[in-house]
Ligand binder design. Structure first.
Ligand code: IPE
Ligand code: IPE
Ligand code: MG
Length: 253
């Protein structure tokens, strides 16, 4: 198993885009305007991500628990998602951005379901960036559903389960390398619990509507300065440890 992030393994960045409501409240604006500004931040990040070396970008846009919010707010988020997909698809095709949506389509308005299908179909050939939007998403629901399918699978390895969870058509998303949460909270809120097992975590107080290229660059700089160990010993300790018995790490391959 290659534990480094190299060109052969596209860097997977996942973002919990939090803080839209507080950004708006701090300006005496309705929360819906925070969500509207949040869409602009999505555009900025999608635009700069490929140049910053990001190959897969998973954005948390709406959780299954977000249905608990006031109906009007939920309605605004649904509309913004449909508008985003409709207005950005041409640009995504032009820029080679492949868009897929993860989450449950049940309960989502038919017009949004159509927008999702069209965006996915039209951008399917993009190779510059794989943009995965988690919408009406719950990681625990995704794990439960994959587990039900896994029971019928002959291969019972962790790798096989990961594939089941992250596969979309012919492609499988790699595990998350860097997980960013904006808005100052330090929790995962049911996002990519399996896929982020060894992700580096980056929490920032920047509210999502203000997030941009500089913030993504500094999160990536922070990530690149970290030493990922995957349970092994750190570089500083190499040489000071016992040799690993042959075959002991075979399961890592
Ligand atoms: C994130 O911002 C967007 C969604 C969850 C849909 P919030 O709306 O959660 O913003 P805060 O956390 O209330 O500031
Ligand atoms: C997580 O944010 C969901 C999204 C960013 C879409 P929340 O604002 O819903 O999370 P909690 O409620 O603070 O945990
Ligand atoms: Mg929030």
């Amino acid at each position: 198993m290659d534990t480094s992030s190299s060109a052969a393994f596209p860097l997977h960045v996942a973002i919990i885009m939090d803080g839209n409501g507080r950004w708006a409240a701090a300006r005496n604006l309705p929360r819906s305007l925070g969500h509207r500004e949040g869409v602009k931040a999505v555009r900025r990040v999608v635009e700069c991500a490929p140049d910053l070396g990001v190959g897969v970008l998973t954005l948390f846009a709406f959780s299954v628990d977000n249905w608990r919010r006031p109906r009007r707010e939920v309605g605004v988020i649904m509309e913004l998602m449909a508008d985003y997909l409709r207005s950005e698809t041409d640009r995504c095709v032009e820029k080679g951005v492949r868009v897929t949506v993860l989450g449950c389509t049940q309960g989502i308005a038919p017009n949004l379901q159509t927008a999702i299908r069209e965006a996915q179909a039209r951008t399917a050939r993009g190779t510059a960036l794989w943009l995965r939007v988690a919408f009406n998403y719950s990681s625990r629901d995704a794990i439960l559903s994959a587990a039900a399918r896994f029971r019928r699978d002959r291969d019972r390895s962790k790798a096989a389960f990961s594939k089941l969870l992250a596969q979309d058509g012919e492609r499988t998303a790699p595990d998350v390398d860097l997980l960013i949460r904006t808005g100052g909270e330090k929790r995962l809120s049911d996002f990519l619990l399996w896929e982020a097992a060894y992700a580096e975590l980056h929490f920032t107080d920047v509210m999502w509507p203000e997030f941009g290229e500089e913030d993504l660059t500094s999160a990536l700089d922070d990530f690149r300065g970290r030493e990922r160990r995957f349970g092994c010993v750190g570089k500083a300790a190499v040489g000071a440890t016992e040799a690993v018995p042959a075959g002991a790490l075979a399961w890592l391959e």
